[in-house]
Design a protein around this ligand. Structure first.
Ligand SMILES: Nc1ncnc2c1ncn2[C@@H]1O[C@H](COP(=O)(O)OP(=O)(O)OP(=O)(O)O)[C@@H](O)[C@H]1O
Ligand SMILES: [Mg+2]
Length: 293
């Protein structure tokens, strides 16, 4: 099975189950999310998403603003609970022993594959620590912590001794090209450097899944290109499963993997850049393929 699989995932924000059901019926009849919002006032994040992401893939999610990219990615570590559907994660790649398996709905005959929605609070925390890290558009570093404390933070949460976690943090800072700034504070660094710290922090915890929500979008083009190249180099060696949200078709094409296109909360097409260019599912996908930046 895939590393990550979303099965019939829909999200209607802030609706009671009965109201959400009505909204889902309208969507099933073919009504668009903007029509639904006009008619019912409810905001549709996603509708009936089926998506499989293989282990070691760098999978891009694209779509216009409001198309559901962040909503989709946040379902993977359950920062958002869906209205409907299941989110299966293969925990065989987990860091450490997945102690939460027994607490979860397991795929029959493949007990290491769990439905993340079945986890209660504590096991969910454990699941997140062992499986998923995030890199944010605006870096999300803790301002009163030094660079090394930021990078080592996830390991501290795992109760790793200070000398050990700082050694690992130093290693990853070196890997992303940042030596000698361990004791600086985030606001003393450029945006590009802060995002390298963000990347080092995600790599230090060694989770098999990294979610990157427009991680490079706030950077100027040159620094952005450097970080894209660096991510590809690291990925070559590390084989993480990376879900990367971007607005930029050139960025997605440069990564060379699968690209999923969202429109109004629906998944319109998944394919390689060549497949999308030569055989776009509709005019929306086609427009994306020619748009720059
Ligand atoms: N917490 C929320 N409450 C209500 N509606 C929400 C919430 N979060 C997102 N939405 C709505 O869900 C839809 C998808 O939003 P989402 O943030 O996933 O889009 P996006 O593709 O990430 O957009 P952007 O490119 O601007 O980041 C939008 O219509 C948005 O208004
Ligand atoms: Mg977003």
């Amino acid at each position: 099975m895939s590393h990550i699989r979303l099965e019939n995932v829909s999200k209607v924000f802030d609706a009671s189950p009965a109201e959400a059901n009505k909204v889902l019926k309208l969507l099933a009849q073919g009504m668009s999310s903007s029509e639904v919002r006009e008619k019912t006032g409810y905001s549709v994040g996603l509708y009936d998403i089926n998506l499989s992401i293989e282990a070691g893939e760098l999978h891009c999610i694209m779509g216009l603003s409001g198309s559901g990219k962040s909503t989709l990615v946040r379902h993977i570590n359950r920062l958002i609970d869906p209205t409907q559907g299941k989110i299966w994660i293969d925990t065989q790649y987990s860091v450490g022993v997945p102690t939460y398996l027994q607490d979860a709905e397991q795929l029959s005959k493949q007990p290491n594959i769990i439905n993340v929605l079945s986890l209660s609070d504590k096991p969910l925390q454990q699941f997140r620590q062992n499986n998923v890290s995030m890199v944010f558009q605006h870096f999300g570093l803790v301002p009163h912590m030094t660079v090394i404390q930021n990078v080592a933070y996830g390991l501290r949460v795992r109760k790793m001794a200070k000398s050990e976690r700082h050694e690992i943090a130093r290693h990853w800072l070196h890997e992303v090209g940042l030596d000698g700034i361990e004791y600086s504070y985030p606001d003393e660094l450029s945006g590009g450097m802060q995002q390298r710290v963000g990347l080092a922090r995600a790599l230090a915890v060694d989770t098999p899944i990294i979610l990157m929500d427009e991680a490079f979008s706030a950077l100027d083009p040159l620094i952005r290109a450097q970080l894209q190249a660096q991510l590809l180099q690291l990925q070559d060696r590390l084989n993480k499963t990376i879900v990367f949200i971007t607005h930029d078709i050139d960025e997605a094409a440069g990564f060379g993997g699968q690209i999923s296109i969202l429109n109004g909360g629906r998944l319109v097409q998944t394919g390689s850049i060549d497949e999308l260019r030569t055989n776009p599912a509709d005019a929306y996908v086609e427009r994306f393929m020619v748009a720059k930046g």
